[in-house]
Ligand binder design. Structure first.
Ligand SMILES: [Zn+2]
Length: 147
């Protein structure tokens, strides 16, 4: 399996944070396998990409809260409205579930997965990405730029 950074989409040059393998990633993988698009990469965030990643992740978390709240409000809104007028239609109830789930799952389109270590991550030392087998290809040695 190739290692790939989810931000720059390149192989992490040394140290990188591993991405947590969660239900959504497994679902996306399974879906891709069905249509033969699975690349089965091991996902990382390289050290240099971490600030960009954190920003994306924060944005995603905000979106998630916003859309799930929106879905819940739509679901309750429709049904409270129905009950208020004393007419309960099963069709409207099913439509409210569908709409609620539809709206709540919107953020999946811009899914940004969590990193493996959980909440304490920014302080945690990056885990060095295990090197590939040397025989696979000779590693390009880049002169390290000083910062
Ligand atoms: Zn990167």
């Amino acid at each position: 399996m190739a290692k790939i950074c989810i931000v720059c989409e390149k192989e992490p040059p040394g140290e990188a944070y591993p991405v947590a393998d969660d239900a959504i990633i497994r679902f996306i993988r399974a879906a891709k396998r069905k249509v033969n698009l699975a690349r089965n990469n091991e996902l990382y965030v390289c050290k240099d990409c971490h600030p960009a990643y954190s920003e994306r992740r924060k944005k995603f978390e905000k979106n998630l809260v916003f859309f799930i709240a929106g879905g819940v409000i739509i679901f309750f809104g429709i049904n409270v409205f129905q009950l208020f007028f004393g007419r309960f239609s099963v069709f409207a109830f099913l439509a409210s579930i569908f709409l609620g789930v539809f709206i709540g799952s919107f953020p999946i389109l811009s899914y940004v997965p969590a990193l493996r270590q959980g909440p304490g991550l920014p302080e945690a030392a990056p885990v060095p990405a295990p090197r590939r087998a040397q025989s696979e290809r000779t590693r390009r040695e880049k002169p390290r730029a000083r910062k």
